[in-house]
Design a binder for this molecule. Structure first.
Ligand code: 5GP
Length: 120
């Protein structure tokens, strides 16, 4: 478990393409790339290119509403591109207790297998 220090994260290097990632979708505001440790046949992370204080969803402010909508919409585009529109899950882990490990807001888009509920 890791706490939110506000320090830059590995995702800055992925955005800058200083370290490689398998990009699924990209636009001006959002980057979507495959998780390095996939928990399902499809496991894509959707992140804002500009973190702007969004280390966690819990730090969201009114100025973030537009990008929050863009992230959700990009998740749908990812699901469509990956062929899982009929069944997929979008997850945000917030904070240590929820197992967040990277403090740059990210949506997990998961699918391609039967999902379980509750997730545990
Ligand atoms: P969290 O636990 O914070 O919700 O999710 C962070 C996710 O980022 C994890 O699923 C982890 O596998 C993924 N991740 C961490 N470092 C990297 C990396 O360097 N590249 C990619 N593609 N995924 C990463």
């Amino acid at each position: 478990s890791v706490a939110d220090t506000g320090a830059p994260t590995i995702f800055d290097k992925i955005i800058a393409k200083e370290i490689p990632s398998d990009i699924v979708y990209e636009d001006e505001n959002v980057l979507a790339f495959r998780d390095i440790n996939p928990q399902a046949p499809v496991h894509v992370l959707v992140i804002p290119k500009l973190r702007d204080g969004l280390t966690t969803l819990g730090n969201a402010e009114p100025r973030h509403v537009e990008v929050l909508g863009q992230l959700l919409h990009a998740s749908k585009i990812v699901a469509e591109k990956e062929g899982i529109l009929d069944g997929f899950r979008v997850v945000i882990n917030n904070g240590v207790e929820a197992c967040q490990s990277v403090y740059h807001l990210h949506l997990h888009v998961l699918g391609g297998r039967q999902m379980k509920w509750p997730p545990g």
